[in-house]
Design a protein around this ligand. Sequence first.
Ligand code: HEC
Ligand code: HEC
Ligand code: HEC
Ligand code: HEC
Length: 254
Amino acid sequence: MKTAPRVGGEGNCRPCHAPHYLERGPCTSCHRGDPGAARQKLAHQRLISGRAAENGLPNGPAVVEGRERVESLACRRCHLVGGAGNRLATNLDHVVWKRDQGALARSIGEPVVNMPRFGLDVSQTEAVIAFLLRSAQPELAEATYRVRFAHRDGLTRSIFDVRCGGCHRALLADGPAGRGSAGPNLSGLFTREYPATAQGNRPWTPAQLKSWLQNPRALRPQTTMRPLRLEESEWHRLLEELGAAGPSARPVAP
Ligand code: HEC
Ligand code: HEC
Ligand code: HEC
Ligand code: HEC
């Protein structure tokens, strides 16, 4: 026997749960899940729970905290979040509504080699996820998006790989480079999304980088990075590699 079609996104959530936030819309707008399913396991499919469910509260504490973390940890030096950022890694707007909450938490907690490890706890991670969900339109989940790196011929290693890669990693326009973790991940160094860690808490420019490489201690007395001499040609290739950070990259004066 067919049951009457269920209207809205509450369906079978209501018989099992005391409702809340009724004025904010259907349960599924914050929790996802399948409102048409009567059994708990099915109804909870791809459920958003805990602080991540605050994605439906524009100024909820989780969304506010998540926004601050995404900014201070500079996720946008690699990812597009809420339409802003570099396109060096997956566009998070396109994937957050598609993934299970557990999968998102694992991607952040146990990141791939080219993504920094941020050491967030469960509650902090849920806040970040709340903000990511808030920033992305659920409709975007239908769009497909793949990161495409321009093709390097496989024979020429990037200059970044050769000269910086022992201590740093970076996503360059033509793919990931470097293998070291002694220094920070330099993805998107010359874009506004990279933390302003150059001298005087300013953004990194080629000029800032040049004096840094010549004498890191002049800028940071305690630093463990040693001076590094590059040939003129190496320097120009390095700038080219670091500069190509996708459409949102801010052009920098030499
Ligand atoms: C058949 C009953 C049943 C249905 C249908 C059901 N739930 Fe639940 N739900 C439960 C029970 C029981 C728990 C607590 C035990 C648990 O966590 O598994 C729970 C827990 C939850 C939690 C807390 C989970 C957590 O990890 O803290 C959320 C959020 C939730 N449900 C949302 C929903 C939404 C949204 C729907 C509709 C799409 C729904 N539930 C449908 C029975 C149900
Ligand atoms: C505006 C967003 C929003 C809407 C709409 C919403 N919820 Fe929630 N819900 C939350 C948040 C946020 C929490 C998490 C509270 C916490 O754990 O800090 C939550 C928690 C829950 C929990 C776990 C409660 C607990 O004690 O751990 C259940 C169950 C739940 N919601 C069911 C529902 C059902 C059923 C509906 C639809 C009638 C619904 N929610 C609508 C945001 C929402
Ligand atoms: C240095 C670059 C970089 C930074 C910074 C970075 N990520 Fe990533 N992230 C990656 C890469 C590389 C992947 C693997 C998938 C890909 O190639 O895009 C990834 C994957 C992910 C995924 C899984 C995407 C999917 O397809 O399921 C999530 C979620 C994610 N990152 C969240 C974050 C968050 C949140 C931050 C900030 C706290 C962050 N990332 C910062 C590089 C980065
Ligand atoms: C032998 C290891 C090593 C090599 C090789 C190296 N670096 Fe570093 N680099 C470091 C370390 C360690 C730090 C962190 C220093 C600190 O925090 O004060 C660092 C920091 C930096 C910073 C500052 C970033 C920030 O946000 O604080 C920049 C920029 C940088 N390196 C660029 C480069 C470039 C470009 C190359 C290649 C031309 C390179 N480095 C080669 C070890 C290295």
